[in-house]
Design a protein around this ligand. Structure first.
Ligand code: FES
Length: 239
């Protein structure tokens, strides 16, 4: 495995996970954060995931307070509806008016891979999740109250880094179980770490659940060490 981008966590030029796919079911809207940008994640009736700036272009109400109807997202305040491309399609107070082109939500590029929803704030093309072989069991996501750079710096003492803007790491624990981490840089103070493991147990077996819980417990201890550690952002970094 090659670390080709050792210190580069930057959502303008890389893609990062913003939620587990299962968290954003059809017709749901969810608030998330990427590199300080607040997002509204939602899934239209055709199963497609979307990541928008969490701010209605009309009066700034959070989209995450609204609702999804088929392929449109409606704002909770005045009920303006927006299509999947972000353009306003309907204004309830002026039903005969064609919405102006300027009435458009800010949208971001989205992909789904490895059971996660990925987004970028810039125009980088999607390069997948590097050369990581995807594990088969998603344990859980951990919120860490440390900057993405400090988090990554600490974890590199325990895990090897993969591609994807420094967002993917993997390692085998003492029992030989392969663990893979995906990092979501939320802001300068918070990072989410999604933990996956490989297990040979049956998909719906108790042994599999036990393995996932064991991995989550072990990682929780590592998170405690991380939050107490002196690892900090590299000199000159943005965080
Ligand atoms: S603030 Fe969203 S429709 Fe008015």
């Amino acid at each position: 495995m090659t670390d080709i981008e050792p210190d580069c966590i930057d959502a303008q030029i890389h893609w990062y996970p913003v939620a587990a796919s299962r968290e954003v079911g059809e017709g749901r809207i969810m608030q998330s954060f990427l590199d300080g940008q607040e997002l509204a994640l939602w899934r239209s009736a055709d199963g497609e995931a979307h990541a928008w700036e969490n701010r209605c272009p009309h009066r700034g109400t959070r989209f995450s307070l609204g609702w999804v109807a088929a392929d449109t997202l409606s704002c909770a305040y005045h009920g303006w509806r927006f299509g999947k491309d972000g353009a306003c399609t309907y204004i309830p107070a002026k039903p005969n008016l064609s919405p102006p082109r300027s009435a458009c939500a800010k949208t971001y590029a989205v992909r789904e891979a490895g059971g996660l929803i990925w987004a970028t704030l810039g125009d980088a093309s999607w390069r997948g999740i590097g050369d990581v072989q995807m594990p088969n069991a998603f344990c859980r996501g951990f919120v860490v109250y440390r900057s993405p750079h400090a988090t990554r710096s600490f974890l590199l003492d325990h895990f090897a880094a993969a591609r994807a803007g420094g967002a993917v790491m993997e390692q085998r624990d003492e029992s030989g179980t392969r663990r893979v981490l995906f990092l979501q840089p939320m802001s300068g103070e918070r990072t989410v770490i999604y933990l996956w493991i490989d297990t040979e147990d049956e998909a719906d077996s108790g042994a599999r659940v036990e393995a996932m819980l064991r991995a989550a417990r072990a990682f929780r201890e590592l998170r405690t060490q991380l939050e107490a550690s002196a690892h900090d952002a590299p000199a000159g970094s943005r965080r």
